[in-house]
Every structure is written in structure tokens, then in C-alpha cells.
Design a protein. Structure first.
Length: 61
């Protein structure tokens, strides 16, 4: 599901930014998605040590 959000964010970012800033904004969005996916997986891997239920109680609703 996150790949759909990624494509939507890149499209929206390209439409809303100036033509001379599009490349730098796409880099920022790509880095944010990459950091979010990697940190989310790492935090979930750490939280599962405390029980399987912890992952679902910490996740946003």
C-alpha cells in the first residue's frame, strides 16, 4: 500500500512545486519515504521483543 502513496506523493509534489525546484523536492520526498520505511521496520522488529500485541498497540489507527 505504501507504494501507492509514494507514487501519489511524487505526482503531487511535481505538480505543486516550481519547475526549477522539482528535482530537489522529489529527492526530499524519496528520502522521507525511505527513512520512514526503514525506521518503521526497525522499530517494529525491536518492539516485537516485548510481545506481538505491542506492535499493533503502538501503530497509528
Amino acid at each position: 500500500m505504501s507504494l501507492w502513496f509514494f507514487a501519489l506523493a511524487l505526482t503531487l509534489d511535481g505538480d505543486l512545486t516550481d519547475s526549477n525546484q522539482t528535482g530537489s523536492q522529489i529527492v526530499v520526498v524519496t528520502m522521507a519515504f525511505g527513512l520512514g520505511l526503514s525506521s518503521g521496520s526497525s522499530l517494529t522488529g525491536y518492539a516485537v521483543r516485548f510481545g506481538f500485541v505491542v506492535d499493533f498497540s503502538v501503530a497509528p489507527h
